[in-house]
Design a protein around this ligand. Sequence first.
Ligand code: A2H
Length: 253
Amino acid sequence: EGVQPQEYTLIKMEVLAPFPPKFAALEGRKVYLAAATLRPETMYGQTNAWVLPEGKYGAFEINENDVFIMTERAALNLAYQNFSRIPKKPTSLVELTGYDLIGLPLNSPLAFNKVIYVLPMLTVLTDKGTGIVTCVPSDSPDDYMAMHDLKAKPALRNKFGVKDEWILPFEIIPVINIPEFGDKPAEKLCTDLKIKSQNDKEKLAEAKRLTYLRGFTDGTMLVGEYAGRKVQEAKPLVRNKLIESGGAVMYSE
Ligand code: A2H
């Protein structure tokens, strides 16, 4: 990691009732998967959340009501940023793995899809952000390829117990137009660069660089309250809205 702190928006993806048996200790609480993003303006296009199947997570008390599911490392950082029931001390109500989370139904702020599901992604890092990633296949090449892999490979879905209805009905939702790359920039770049799977690290890094750069400088919002505005202008506005409405908190590491 560099010396520059990275500022993330943590999106509060609410876990919908009924909770599974493993979540018994969380009854009566508001439970969220806390997803770290650098692109809050894309949240309209969320199609699912990603977790690392073998990853270790906890359900941490943020205050009397709210519980965030994330890595312990993120919970400790957040506790030092004033997000913990006991000051500077993360307290977990239950230990979880990614496998416990796969298939949970979520409602995520701004998402046009009212219910989305938790799915496995093998490239999620547990030492970055919260270890939870929200999937926006229109604008993130990593997300697009991971979704493409799961859709194209029934054996991969089987391996992780992913039901067809958690993924197959979800289509790419255009969120931003980039003059060079169109309304589905991630798909266009992955196709143009002939990226084969979510494990094609080098090409994905190039696709990410291009979408991030061009999206920020030349992108225009297609949807939401700031449709027609430049991404540069919309990004802080959407982020502030999310925070004011209780849908997100800021987090740095
Ligand atoms: B971004 P940086 Cl639309 N493991 O959010 C792997 N990836 C992670 C992660 C983790 N533990 N935590 C966060 N991320 C992803 C949206 C998005 C993102 C779009 C386009 C590009 C993009 C929707 N997914 O990121 O290494 C999250 O995905 C491209 C860089 O800290 C987060 O923002 O720079 C981004 O990586 C943070 O990456």
